[in-house]
Design a protein around this ligand. Structure first.
Ligand code: NAD
Ligand code: WQD
Length: 338
């Protein structure tokens, strides 16, 4: 199934980007991956080939290199950009904020400039539920007030603002800001997944590493929240579902010029930390010893998505439940020295 459209995927060897590349290829798109490998490996391209039978073109490069971007757009006929490249660790963003603004905001401006020069106007952006800050109501609708609580969140908010201005001044742009909730899991083949460098920042990779014995204990950040069991509640969404949401968003953009969309991608259901631990133990058959420690600064008690807009506009709905998220994360954890 070829549709003769070519998509440039920045950050395409990373966790979410690599799954999007697979879904794009399987939907008939030609894909070019641009990544500086600051948080991924080029062996991901081999895994994408094993899964799809197609080798996407890989360009080793940085999104902040405007001259490189111009040459990529000149030498390829690109129809759309999916922009995953960026830095994503909330804690690190408070230590090196300038690096976050440079990669996430400056890097995005460089891409948009190169797209403008090349006449490419379809842009899918990796935003985050972090733009909602502390929820005033649940589920979180796209109209919820936006406020950042850390430099990482601020970069997402700034880029959303830039994209809104761009869409308002030139109605040729077709832009989708996809606000991810908590992406987890891995590809069902066990060939691509998340490989955090060092200590995982996020719950599920940490749980997987404890189940496999790589780490002795999980630290649960607080059990005195106003939730059913006192631990934090989140909307975990399978990375393959998330990747499929990007393909639907691209199809929507191709059909609708002059639109700037901001859409939640989640399941609409929240699970607590203890529920996720229990689900992982059931699937893996391994204990996940944990210790409750104090709350992590900046964490919200509960957060889940209103998914009505994704369903109505993008015709997208997450299909994979918590059990499959754990099964796929566990397969990835066991298969690889990642
Ligand atoms: P990731 O780190 O696995 O992937 C990002 C990729 O971008 C990596 O391969 C990295 O090498 C590359 N990269 C970083 N800076 C670059 C630069 N300057 N030039 C070229 N390549 C660069 O992260 P991910 O989890 O796949 O996240 C992808 C996007 O989704 C990010 O923008 C992130 O902020 C956003 N997001 C992630 C989550 C999450 O929980 N994983 C949630 C919401 C939003
Ligand atoms: C989930 C729950 C923790 C680790 C983060 C970013 C957000 C987005 C997704 C990029 C919370 C608890 C965690 C641990 C724990 N990323 N936890 N022990 O914080 O919802 O969202 O990733 O955009 O911006 O903030 O996800 O996986 O870190 O935490 O108890 O070792 O697990 O307190 O309740 P979070 P998370």
């Amino acid at each position: 199934m070829q549709n003769n459209k070519t998509v440039l995927v920045t950050g395409g060897t990373g966790y979410i980007g690599s799954h999007a590349v697979v879904e794009l290829i399987e939907s008939g798109y030609r894909v070019i991956v641009l990544d500086n490998l600051s948080n991924s490996r080029d062996t991901v391209i081999d895994s994408i080939f094993t899964i799809t039978g197609v080798v996407p073109e890989f360009i080793l490069g940085d999104i902040r290199n405007g001259a490189l971007l111009d040459s990529v757009f000149k030498s390829h006929s690109i129809d759309a950009v999916m922009h995953f490249a960026g830095l994503k660790a909330v804690g690190e963003s408070t230590e090196i904020p300038l690096a976050y603004y440079d990669n996430n905001v400056n890097g995005t401006i460089q891409i948009l400039n190169a797209m403008k020069a090349a006449g490419v106007r379809s842009f899918i952006f990796s935003s985050s539920a972090t733009v909602y800050g502390h929820p005033e109501w649940l589920p979180l609708t796209e109209s919820h007030p936006r406020r950042a609580t850390n430099p990482y969140g601020n970069t997402k908010l700034m880029v959303e603002g830039i994209l809104e201005d761009l869409a308002a001044c030139d109605n040729e742009w077709r832009i989708a800001c996809l606000r991810y909730f908590n992406p987890v899991g891995a590809h069902g083949t066990g060939l691509i997944g998340e490989s955090p460098a060092g200590l995982p920042n996020n719950l599920m990779p940490y749980v997987a590493q404890v189940a496999s014995g790589r780490r002795p204990t999980l630290y649960v950040f607080g059990n005195d929240y106003d939730t059913a069991d006192g631990t934090g509640v989140r909307d975990y969404v399978h990375v393959v579902d998330l990747a499929k949401g990007h393909v639907n968003a691209l199809a929507y953009c191709e059909r609708n010029a002059g639109r700037m969309l901001a859409v939640n991608l989640g399941t609409g259901v929240g699970y607590s930390v203890l529920e996720m631990i229990q689900a992982f133990e059931q699937v893996s058959g391994k204990p996940v010893p944990y210790k409750v420690v104090s709350r992590r600064e900046g964490d919200v008690a509960a957060c889940w998505a209103d998914v009505a807009l994704a369903e109505s506009l993008l015709k997208w709905k997450a299909e994979r439940g918590v059990r499959q998220m754990c099964e796929d994360a566990w397969r990835w954890e066991r298969n690889f020295e990642n």
